[in-house]
Design a protein around this ligand. Structure first.
Ligand code: HEM
Ligand code: HEM
Length: 175
């Protein structure tokens, strides 16, 4: 369940990032009727609810320890990175998008089905600020996600310690 959820959220998160990017930077060519913006919001807004489920799961289940071959400093760094992913990529970033759409008085239809209520009242004078915050978070945490994927690949290719393969379906938790 937890591995499946990690990969499902990875898929949604990366797709949402790319669609958000194309929506903004290829607006004239590909986003003439805001279709990509609508798709971005429909997909990305699920992240915060999936994260709430994930946090409940994390609080009620223990997770496998990191390999003993990792120094205590590296283990602390890995945990810090995971906290940053939770706090920024999975909570602050979707919340900032939700606030931006609320400030702009634009609807969010989660998966095209559920209309999310506005988090704050419409406020045109904060439009620019809300936009900058969402863009800044998207770009800065995008780099952290790249580093996270890079670290997972390094465990696999350089350290050969089973961290990445333990995330594959059907593998027993590593010792
Ligand atoms: C409730 C959730 C979210 C809402 C309502 C939302 C809303 C928006 C909106 C309205 C845009 C501008 C699109 C346009 O102008 O056509 C945007 C851009 C963007 N969003 Fe989101 N977003 C949400 C979550 C996320 C998440 C989870 C990610 C990361 C996976 C993300 C990444 C981006 C990126 C990369 C851009 C383009 C930034 C740029 O380069 O200017 N958003 N978002
Ligand atoms: C290709 C992309 C990715 C790869 C290869 C990858 C790989 C991994 C691996 C191997 C772990 C397990 C680390 C451990 O056992 O301690 C992990 C955990 C984690 N990943 Fe990813 N990941 C990717 C994308 C993402 C994305 C996009 C996010 C969120 C935006 C994310 C968030 C997390 C979090 C929060 C954890 C800690 C899990 C927990 O403690 O509940 N990952 N990832």
């Amino acid at each position: 369940m937890s591995k499946f959820q990690h990969w499902l959220m990875t898929l949604i998160w990366i797709a949402a990032w790319i669609i958000g990017f194309i929506a903004v930077h290829f607006r004239d060519e590909l986003n003439g009727h805001h279709q990509l913006t609508i798709l971005h919001k429909a997909l990305a807004s699920t992240v915060i609810f999936l994260t709430a489920l994930r946090i409940v799961w994390r609080l009620t289940h223990s997770v496998p320890p990191l390999p003993a071959s990792m120094s205590p400093a590296m283990q602390r760094l890995a945990h810090l990175g995971h906290y940053a992913l939770y706090a920024i990529a999975l909570i602050a970033l979707p919340l900032s998008g939700w606030i931006w759409s609320s400030v702009a008085d634009k609807p969010i239809m989660m998966l095209g089905l559920v209309h999310l209520p506005a988090l704050v009242a419409p406020a045109p004078k904060y439009y620019g600020l809300a936009k900058t915050v969402h863009q800044f978070l998207a770009w800065s945490i995008g780099l952290v996600v790249l580093a996270h994927a890079g670290a997972a690949l390094k465990h696999h290719l350089v350290d050969k310690d089973g961290v990445l393969t333990s995330m594959l379906p059907g593998r027993v938790p590593r010792k």
